[in-house]
Design a protein around this ligand. Structure first.
Ligand SMILES: C[S@@+](CC[C@H](N)C(=O)[O-])C[C@H]1O[C@@H](n2cnc3c(N)ncnc32)[C@H](O)[C@@H]1O
Length: 383
């Protein structure tokens, strides 16, 4: 049983190769985020962006990427034609820099167009290799380190999540409304609808407040990962001085509460507004938001915004069966009427499942990106 040697080196290779997965369709927006934080030689691939990074850029990636779902560090890639070779090759990777003994790991293997296709067996061999490298592993007890073993054309690529919990879990959303929008998708809606930070923003179907909270945090300069922890902080080679100096620099750029923009949220469901309030409080932006319990036709923002020359109304109204069922046509006609009563400098962005509903607004809307939201294909329409 012979295998070609691993093309990895011992020690902590720098720069690291990172891969950030993202919801399909958002690769180019993520690419821009990664360029902004200094990612080296970024390449937009289908399903994510790959780039090189030193520790500084790795830490910034975790704190500042808002659209990606994870930050995965590629530990090694090698050719595998026999299952049993995996243990030795995986054991040679520099696990001990990242995992102390007694950690809990969870391995997810995939295999395509390869001689070794049995993913459960790959996972077992990868687990044994890691155990050989670090001594012992816990079977559970804490949030696991997530290891990805991806076999493609006999090349096994092994990566380790530096994030732990998915990146979209910012830490502020404990309370959720009926069909909450994922935080990364809310941020994507803001970018795709070209909302400019500092401009008034309305969400009359705000549910647990995700769109408004993501916007208010962006306007205030609060990085997406500011309030949470990451697995990299537990790594033996974690550099707390560097981490803290990055955080100190980010803190310098944050604006005072209430200083930037106006954020108007309403929902007919009192429980949803309660969730929005407590989420906004945890997210540090409650003073920036004006929240009200009201059906869309009576949302107080429409009176307040009559004199405001421009702004954005961005919402994901009910999808039908998931939230309310029934005929949503009159609701979208109401949205259209209310929008046309706003000053002409206002923009509309609606995330909807059914194109016909968007057209019921009577507003000229262009279809933007299709997104997968909780197994539903939804599309953003913008004026
Ligand atoms: C798809 S959810 C919005 C989820 C929200 N973006 C979030 O992140 O939690 C739709 C929301 O519209 C609200 N809703 C439904 N019909 C409404 C109406 N006529 N007026 C105001 N709100 C309504 C529901 O209570 C629900 O919270």
């Amino acid at each position: 049983m012979s295998e070609c040697g691993p093309n990895t080196t011992m020690g902590v290779p720098q720069p690291h190769t990172l891969f950030v997965p993202v919801s399909p369709g958002l690769e180019s927006l993520l690419f821009q985020e990664i360029r902004k934080i200094g990612g080296i030689r970024p390449k937009a691939l289908s399903g994510g962006v790959e780039y090189e990074a030193n520790d500084h850029i790795l830490y910034r990636s975790l704190l500042e990427i808002g659209l990606g779902l994870d930050v995965r560090l590629r530990l090694g890639r090698f050719t595998v034609r026999y299952l049993d070779a995996i243990v030795r090759m995986v054991a040679e990777l520099p696990w001990s820099h990242w995992l102390g003994a007694g950690q809990h790991v969870e391995i997810r293997a995939t295999s395509r167009r390869s001689k070794v296709m049995h993913t459960t067996a790959i996972e077992e061999r990868v687990h044994s290799g890691i155990r050989r490298a670090v001594g012992s592993l816990a079977s559970e007890n804490s949030e696991p380190w997530r290891v990805f073993a991806r076999m493609e054309r006999d090349q096994l690529e092994v990566s380790l999540s530096m994030a732990g919990l998915p990146l979209h879990q910012r830490g502020y959303r404990l309370a959720s409304g009926k069909a909450p929008l994922r935080e990364d998708l809310a941020l994507a809606l803001l970018s795709l609808s070209k909302w400019s930070a500092g401009s008034p923003l309305v969400d009359t179907f705000c549910g647990s407040g995700t769109i408004l909270i993501e916007a208010a945090r962006k306007a205030r300069g609060i990085p997406p990962g500011w309030d949470r922890t990451f697995h990299v902080e537990r790594a033996p080679i974690f550099d707390p001085m560097r981490w803290n100096s990055i955080r100190d620099r980010l803190r310098l750029h944050m604006a005072e509460e209430g200083a930037v923009g106006q954020f108007w949220g309403s929902d007919r469901d009192a429980g949803a507004i309660e969730s929005a309030r407590s989420n906004a409080e945890r997210a540090g932006v409650l003073p920036d938001l004006s929240l009200a319990v009201a059906p869309v036709g009576q949302a107080p923002c429409f009176h307040q915004l009559r004199e405001t020359p421009s702004g954005w109304w961005i919402s994901n109204p009910p999808y039908g069966d998931r939230v309310r069922g029934g005929n949503l046509r009159p609701l979208f006609q109401t949205i259209g009427r209310l929008f046309t009563e706003l000053p002409p400098g206002f923009h509309l962005g609606l995330l909807v499942e059914d194109a016909a509903l968007a057209h019921n607004t009577g507003v000229s809307l262009q279809s933007q990106l299709m997104l997968d939201h909780g197994g539903k294909k939804v599309r953003l329409y913008c004026s």
